[in-house]
Design a protein around this ligand. Structure first.
Ligand code: PEP
Ligand code: MG
Length: 763
């Protein structure tokens, strides 16, 4: 029997537009309801329902349905493993039954009125190990659903997981009371020396960002102004907040396409939660002044979220804090022309997540001072990509600085000046002008890079955020040698959907216009911790479940990413997929077969994709050196990640300043290993590039060329200096230099040879 062709692609596209769906919903219940209606429509199903898993009771509860009796919502409950729905979640696998009423697991609920529906198809909704619920479709006719429906429903469920998880949290929320007070102290700090994590300069008023208390939620100074607001003022502030979120989201699409929708999704979700705003309204009606009502309710939510053992739940406390602060600002500052806190300020904070940096960027923060706390290298990379100066210091007094104090952050050298004298300000502002002119002169780049004696070297860009592509192209990058896909994963509170990733990768490929683009699959873990992933409490994260290991374990997430990359590459040339942290041939072929499986899936679904991308690997682990010739035959290309390679080879944490002196890329074993990798690539006829920091460091470039490397991938801003370095070199000198270095057996000897190079060639 022929049936109507169900529209799976448009289902996925529609689900990809979740943020819109959420924006258009009055609350989270209507959001779930719209979701089931949409899925039912696309799959031609008579019934579509979402059951949510309650962590407390460990029950699955019917939360939204189309086709079953709407009165049953909230009433039908079952245990894990009970009935077809409970079995689906217990087994964590899709369950398709052609004749449900005769299935031994079928459980009849008279409230639901569902014995008419024979075809039953359910998929678990989960995020990582986290159980979220079950998405079910049913049809009166037997054997109605096809394999392609299962695939589409499964893909939908994984795309929905994040948003549904947030919705579920809001519904389960059980409020308790909490109030906290903030305290500010005056100190007379003047010049503080810190360490630069992202260069740049700013002169602006400071604000102390306390993650646990928020910008305004417990700002004592604001309390004088609390009186005199009405319920109408409050409602206006809420609607203004909603409007601002929409505007910010639109502005973000331009600046940071990676995070455009979901950064604000959580905020919308909370704002739409009936209990959040209603609780505030109730308090105001009971006589509390509106600013205190906002603080009280927001602080209750913050307390509940912060006390969760899950990092991704704790992240939600930040969202509430942000949102509460925004409502409060809109209420209190409605007639004031002052910039809101965070805007155009220098932010001082004890700890930061990547998502904080993103939010601060949207507030046009001028610079960040991070006090004490650890910093992951990705916070610095992110700040650099967003062009936000970032200095790290141990001076805790800064945390007590009164808001509004003027400061200079000279992140080019790592200096912070508090309340600087006019003379200091003038000197700095003038120096800034000179620096800017120097930068613009630098950018007279040649289209092709050659050594003095004509050897061609390919210069590629490392891209972390799409916003860096423009500069890379302006500086004549010939392609992208490393696109770090972590950022769309790092900046939000759940895994980005296939659709969201597709949009980002497609934009990248479009902008690079057929120049080679190497997309590295997720390199999570280690210093790139996903706030929402449960794998955070490892004793030794650098050696833990990270990178390709994480992807191969979280197969659904991996497949979605590969599918998004392949689909984005449709009709494009030069797509290269790269796996990070490969440790064995087995691991490489396992990862490669995921690409093949994904292609087969896409073919079966009739979707367009790139049919033959090059599939290569990062060389970052010493383990691959002994079998490097075999790897060179298995992979289509190598890219050497010297940051990790040196870290693992020499057992030196790349981010630990206390052992920075041991991080020696010129260690004889490192140099010889690099030469071996280059030779293996040359013998097998594959491309070998270097994409770690070593690639842009002037002292190592002659060595890298000398051992045969002809492709370097560096941060866009380093392209001019790297090109200038190469055009000044001769290959004969570079080869001779490499030979000398490879003959050295000690660190001191290698250091001497390195230092002699420029002296020798200048003579
Ligand atoms: C490296 O390890 O050298 C590399 C380029 O990857 P990342 O810095 O992203 O770990
Ligand atoms: Mg690495």
């Amino acid at each position: 029997m022929r049936r109507k062709n169900r529209d799976h692609l448009s289902l996925l596209c529609d689900i990809g537009e979740l943020a819109d769906l959420l924006t258009g919903s009055e609350n989270i219940f209507t959001f779930l309801q719209r979701t089931v209606e949409m899925v039912a429509r696309h799959l031609d199903a008579h019934v579509c329902s979402i059951y949510l898993y309650e962590h407390g009771s460990q029950d699955l509860v019917l939360a939204a349905t189309v086709g079953l009796n709407p009165q049953a919502v909230g009433k039908i409950r079952m245990k894990l493993g009970e009935g077809l729905v409970g079995t689906t979640l217990a087994l964590r696998k899709p369950l398709a039954v052609d004749k449900a009423t005769s299935d031994s697991n079928f459980k009849y609920f008279k409230e639901a009125d569902e014995d008419r529906f024979e075809s039953f198809l359910a998929v678990p909704i989960q995020r990582g190990e986290e159980k979220i619920g079950v998405l079910v479709v049913q049809h009166e006719r037997e054997s109605f659903f096809l394999q392609s429906d299962i695939d589409a429903l499964r893909a939908s469920a994984s795309q929905l997981a994040g948003s549904i998880e947030s919705a579920r949290l809001m519904m389960e929320l059980d409020l308790s009371h909490n109030k906290e007070e903030g305290h500010l102290d005056l100190t007379d700090l003047k010049l503080i020396r810190g360490e630069t994590a992202s260069a740049g300069y700013a002169y602006a008023p400071v604000v102390v960002y306390k993650k646990t208390q928020g910008f305004l939620l417990s700002d004592a100074a604001a309390r004088d102004e609390d009186a005199g607001y009405s319920l109408d003022d409050f409602r206006e502030a809420v609607s203004q907040t909603s409007q601002q979120l929409k505007e910010m989201e639109t502005a973000f699409v331009e600046r940071l396409p990676e995070s455009a929708s979901l950064i604000f999704t959580a905020h919308f979700m909370i704002l739409k939660d009936p209990s959040f705003v209603t609780k505030m309204v109730n308090l105001i009606e009971d006589g509390m002044n509106p600013p205190d009502a906002i603080r009280t309710v927001a602080n209750m939510y913050i307390r509940i979220f912060s006390s969760s053992p899950h990092a991704y739940m704790q992240e939600k406390a930040n969202d509430v804090e942000d949102l509460g602060g925004r409502i409060l600002r809109n209420l209190i500052q409605k007639n004031s022309r002052e910039p809101s806190i965070g805007q155009k300020r220098i932010v001082i904070s004890k700890e930061l997540f990547p998502s904080d940096v993103m939010k601060l960027a949207s507030d046009e923060v001028q610079a960040i001072i991070l006090v004490g706390g650890g910093i992951t290298s990705h916070i610095s990379i992110l700040a650099r990509s967003l062009d936000i100066p970032l200095v790290i210091t141990d001076n805790k007094e800064l945390l007590h600085l009164p808001g509004g104090t003027m400061a200079i952050v000279d992140a080019d050298v790592g200096n912070i000046y508090i309340d600087p004298a006019p003379e200091v300000v003038r000197t700095h502002e003038e120096r800034q002008k000179t620096r800017k002119t120097a930068v613009s002169v630098q950018s007279a780049m040649l289209d092709e890079t050659r050594t003095r004696d004509g050897e061609r070297v390919c210069l590629l860009a490392n891209i972390n955020l799409l916003s860096e592509v423009r500069l890379s192209l302006a500086l004549k990058a010939e392609g992208v040698g490393l696109y770090r896909t972590e950022f769309p994963f790092l900046v939000r509170s759940n895994f980005p959907t296939e659709e969201e990733q597709y949009v980002v990768y497609r934009k990248l490929l479009d902008q690079m216009e057929n120049r080679p683009v190497t997309i590295r699959t997720l390199d999570a873990g280690g210093d790139k911790i996903l706030a929402y992933s449960d794998v955070v409490d490892e004793d030794n994260p650098a050696l833990g479940l990270r990178s390709i290991r994480f992807s191969l374990k979280m197969k659904e997430v991996f497949v979605q990413q590969i599918r998004a990359i392949l689909r984005a590459g449709a009709g494009r040339k030069n797509l290269r997929i790269m796996f990070p942290m490969i440790s064995s041939l087995d691991e490489f072929s396992q990862a490669r077969s995921v690409v093949e499986e994904s292609m087969a899936g896409l073919t079966a679904e009739g979707l367009d994709f790139h049919p033959n991308p090059e599939v290569g690997m990062m060389v970052e682990l010493p383990a691959v050196i002994e079998t490097i010739d075999e790897f060179a035959r298995a992979a289509d290309f190598f890219s050497i990640g010297t940051n990790d390679f040196v870290q693992y080879m020499l057992a030196v944490d790349r981010g630990n300043k206390r052992v920075a002196e041991y991080f020696c890329p010129y260690h004889p074993s490192v140099l010889r290993a690099l030469s071996k990798i280059a030779r293996a690539g040359e013998t097998a006829g594959i491309d070998v590039s270097v994409c770690g920091e070593m690639a842009h460091e002037a002292e190592y470039i002659p060595f890298l060329l000398g051992i045969g490397i002809r492709s370097l991938s560096v941060n866009a801003k380093d392209l001019p200096a790297v090109q200038a370095r190469i055009t000044g070199l001769s290959m004969a000198d570079a080869r001779e230099h490499a030979e000398k270095l490879l003959a050295e057996t000690t660190l001191s000897g290698a250091r001497r040879v390195l230092e002699s190079f420029d002296r020798g060639t200048a003579e």
